[in-house]
Design a protein around this ligand. Structure first.
Ligand code: APR
Ligand code: PHB
Length: 399
């Protein structure tokens, strides 16, 4: 089948779906194709912290209803180290900004519902996707579905196909540069049918390694432990997980507050920082995880994707409205300016809180000095808070 659209979108994660939705609101047509099933993309367990700007973007786009009802608004985070609890308060340090706890899967469900209700086209479970002629004037996406070959002719292609997608790889050799850092640890994540162990998201530094206490709702906890990058998940039966979590998050005065419950999901996530430059080649624009990955400490992944999509939508809207291509030409530079600040923040949070096998006793004491500084100096706490709630979307994220 041959189809034609203005913007062909590869990938129905948060990036591709939000782009399709925002473009439709500007009267711009798109078709989204997705490798996996609808059920798979909706139920993938990913992070769940939304920056204020992400929340505002979703509300402005008419996607706020369920998020405002079910999302949990948090005014701060906890940092635990040396057996003590410390709190960083966001509204007082950031002019009233907060974060919202609402799982990425829920955002994806809301987006798919909205697209389908508006008559949007999403093809799930396609395979053998390839993109062609991104250097020319008439790019094409090809894919297979139900044993048949299909083609989408478009003006532009949005590569929203995540880190392992095909779009970035389709750019001819020698044009893109990747910048990467791989960390010597991974996260073992558990979703559990148990009430949250802490009132706010708690980042725990300990001599046994990092732990994170997070949540999805008043009845569901999301919990993580630092493990080796090649860790075998079979080595972590539930009892061992709960015991290690308790030891790493315990404080001197009141224990850890952990209530073990049925484990709904368990998985290991590697930790990587990655950026590709530029985020555009010819008629291909890369956005979200297709262009950059952050380690999850600080929960910037989906928020960065939303920022890219806002910039890309503004640029495409100006082009289709007035034939003005300046925004498209500026997209990569504009997005990367903010991306690198989020990279810095994610790297900083990660290295401050995890134990690295390469660390010396000096490094360990320096980490404690840094945590002590960050939880006592108003200047340092402000720096953490303004990044955590999200740097502004304009001016490359200059606060
Ligand atoms: N053809 C079609 N779809 C593809 C292809 C392909 N060849 N390759 C990958 N995809 C799909 C994946 O199945 C996935 O659903 O692209 C989608 C990319 O979605 P995400 O990985 O969620 O990336 P993105 O939308 O940029 O969202 C960024 O999601 O991965 C998290 O940590 C990340 O929170 C961040 C956010
Ligand atoms: C999560 O709830 O999944 C989460 C929270 C904070 C992070 C990372 C992940 O830094």
């Amino acid at each position: 089948m041959k189809q034609r659209t203005q913007v062909g979108i590869v990938g129905a994660g948060p990036s591709g779906l939000l782009l399709s939705h925002l473009l439709a609101r500007q009267g711009i047509d798109s078709i989204v194709i997705e490798d996996r099933s609808r059920d798979h993309v909706e139920n993938r367990v990913r992070a769940g912290v939304l920056e204020q700007g992400t929340v505002d973007t979703l509300i402005e786009a008419g996607l706020g209803e369920r998020m405002l009802d079910e999302g949990l608004i948090h005014d701060g985070i906890e940092i635990r180290f040396n057996g003590e609890r410390h709190r960083v308060d966001f509204p007082s340090l950031t002019d009233g900004k907060r974060i919202t706890i609402y799982g990425q899967g829920e955002v994806v469900k809301d987006l798919i519902d909205a697209r389908l209700a508006d008559g949007g086209v999403i093809h799930f479970e396609v395979s053998a996707t390839s993109i062609h002629d991104i250097d020319g004037d008439a790019p094409v996406i090809r894919y297979r579905k139900d044993e048949a070959g299909h083609e989408i002719a478009c003006d532009y292609i949005a590569g929203c196909d995540g880190f392992h997608g095909i779009c970035r790889e389709s750019v001819p050799e020698g044009i893109l540069t990747g910048y990467e850092r791989v960390y010597p640890y991974a996260w073992l994540g558990v979703l559990s049918d148990s009430p949250p162990a802490a009132e706010e998201v708690a980042y725990c530094h300990s001599d046994r390694g990092f732990a994170l206490l997070s949540l999805r709702s008043p009845a569901v906890s999301r919990l993580y432990l630092q493990v080796a990058p090649d860790e075998d998940i079979e080595a972590w039966p539930d009892e061992r997980f709960w015991e290690e979590l308790r030891l790493r998050s315990a404080t001197k005065d009141d224990g850890a507050g952990i209530e073990p419950g049925p484990v709904l999901q368990k998985g290991i996530t590697p930790m990587r920082s990655y950026v590709v430059e530029p985020m555009r080649h010819g008629r291909l624009f890369l956005a979200g995880d297709a262009a950059h990955i952050v380690p999850p400490t600080g929960a910037k992944g989906m928020n960065l994707a939303v920022a890219d999509i806002r910039y890309l939508t503004e640029a495409l809207a100006a082009f289709y409205r007035a034939g003005d291509a300046a925004g498209l030409d500026a997209y990569s530079t504009r997005a990367l300016r903010r991306v690198w600040k989020a990279q810095r923040f994610s790297w900083w949070m990660t290295t401050m809180l995890h134990l690295s096998p390469d660390d010396s006793p000096f490094d360990r004491r320096r980490q404690i000095g840094e945590l002590d500084y960050v939880t006592t100096s108003v200047a340092a706490m402000t720096a953490l808070a303004e990044n955590y709630v999200g740097l502004p979307l304009d001016d490359g994220g200059a606060p």
